[in-house]
Design a binder for this molecule. Structure first.
Ligand code: FRU
Length: 445
């Protein structure tokens, strides 16, 4: 049962224009320059959004001593920009969290959607649940951008001394479709890139209640008074959605009002997830430089907010919300960051995106010759970042190798004493600043 709009709109924690307007890179949030790894375990595919198999509480697990990852992938023969249209889930496994083998595709071809987008996986009582975005209508001949939240369940994970095999038979179900009240439908959307995707389950450790987070948009009716009635800024209506499972069943979800909103600030709060530490809920999402509303200048980066309950009043980390940003001269270096707790530290994995490109708009990549586009795209996992986090502050304190995802019991090496490096690039001369609307208009439909 949905509530009256005025009630929940007033209550939803928001990323205010004022706070977001103070976004800037700092030595605590900017990463060094990264190159692709010497050894890519899956050079034949482009690889991007990646998630570790977890238990229903949200903890990263190992299965008979193996860690398992699932990634969006596409043939490396394709132009990187085309990968979203053919995304396929593939899995990787590792004994030591450093050396990974490509296992194969997760599903046997019968998954929902024209292709599958991100993405999370829960191993519960011997059954693998792979939550995904059914992107595009499988009944339609034409490529389309509809998005539904789906699951493949009934999957098995067989292990031997040498390898891991994920197998079916899978049962695929649509779990959630936007309702048009709390979550915008594609027909309602009138701005830029539409979103209803990236499911991520989380069990609240304080209440034991089971939730599913996802990326969505809040419906903002035309002529509403949001964003001081400015219709252009109203088109930026990203939110982090949440659904509840009253029985704990991973297949039964009921919408709740958005957990967090960025109306007037940003269009895409991607791959939302929570890390719980000492009574604090750290809510993270990735976002793009080009999805900030006119007048707010952000970065391709990981953003975060903290509250003292899951449904709490989230406050931006580090004042404005920036947790990890790419170097200013490599603004598209990495993307799709996923944080997980490890002892006292916060570890963050991501993929290498257009690591070798200094322009201010991704549109310019498409102008380059095909081989150049491929060369500049990483399409593999980048180094894992090590952060400290306490209260509403985070700080990058070091990096682990590419693809190094320590298991829960792995002891991390000492932090380097000479961090931060002195060549971090916080700013470029010609970078647009908050208040400057240039470089954003081309993303409108
Ligand atoms: C982030 C993302 C996800 C989506 C996927 C599609 O990199 O936009 O939100 O599921 O890429 O390829």
């Amino acid at each position: 049962m949905t509530r009256d709009r005025s009630e929940w709109e007033a209550e939803a924690p928001t990323w205010s224009t004022e706070r977001a307007g103070r976004l800037s890179r700092t030595v605590d949030t900017v990463t060094p320059a990264f190159e692709p790894p010497d050894d890519d375990p899956a050079a034949a595919v482009h690889q991007w959004d990646t998630w570790q198999v977890r238990d229903r509480h949200g903890e990263v697990i190992s299965i008979d001593g193996w860690q398992v990852l699932i990634s969006l992938t596409a043939s490396a023969d394709l132009l990187p920009g085309k990968r979203h249209d053919v995304a396929t889930l593939r899995y990787f496994y590792s004994r030591n969290g450093r050396d990974w083998e490509l296992g194969g595709t997760v599903f046997d071809g019968a998954a929902l959607g024209q292709r599958q987008w991100a993405g999370s996986a829960v191993y519960d009582d011997g059954e693998l649940f792979v939550f995904y975005t059914a992107a595009g209508d499988e009944e339609s001949e034409e490529l389309d951008y509809s998005q539904r939240i789906a699951v493949g369940h009934g999957g098995s994970v067989s292990t031997s001394g040498e390898s891991v095999e994920i197998g079916g038979p899978w049962t695929h179900e649509i779990l959630l479709e936007p309702d048009g009240e709390y979550y915008e439908t594609q027909a309602q959307s009138r701005g830029m890139i539409y979103t209803f995707r990236d499911p991520w389950p989380f069990q609240d450790p304080e209440t034991g209640e089971q939730y599913l987070l996802f990326e969505a948009n809040t419906p903002v009716p035309e002529r509403s008074d949001r964003c001081d009635g400015d219709p252009q800024r109203q088109e930026f209506n990203g939110c982090i959605g949440i659904a509840h499972s009253p029985t704990g069943d991973l297949l039964e979800w009921e919408f709740e009002p958005p957990l967090f909103e960025a109306v007037c600030v940003n269009q895409e709060l991607e791959r939302p997830h929570v890390v719980y530490k000492d009574g604090q809920y750290y809510l993270f999402c990735s976002s793009h430089l080009h999805t900030f509303a006119p007048g707010v200048h952000g970065f391709d980066g990981l953003y975060g907010f903290v509250a003292d309950s899951l449904h709490g009043d989230y406050s931006p980390l580090n004042d404005a919300g920036l947790v990890v940003a790419n170097p200013a001269n490599r603004p598209y270096q990495s993307y799709s960051w996923m944080a997980f707790g490890h002892g006292e530290e916060l570890l963050v994995q991501s993929f290498l995106n257009y690591h070798d490109f200094g322009g201010h708009s991704l549109d310019d990549i498409g102008e380059l010759p095909a081989e150049e586009q491929k060369r500049r795209f990483g399409g593999t996992l980048g180094p894992t970042l090590r952060l400290s986090y306490e209260g509403d502050k985070t700080r990058i304190r070091g990096v682990l190798d590419h693809w190094h995802l320590p298991g829960p019991d792995e002891e991390l090496p000492e932090l380097a004493a000479d961090w931060p490096p002195d060549d971090l690039v916080l700013k470029t001369e010609d970078e647009p600043q908050s208040g400057d609307r240039s470089g954003q208009t081309e993303y409108y439909r």
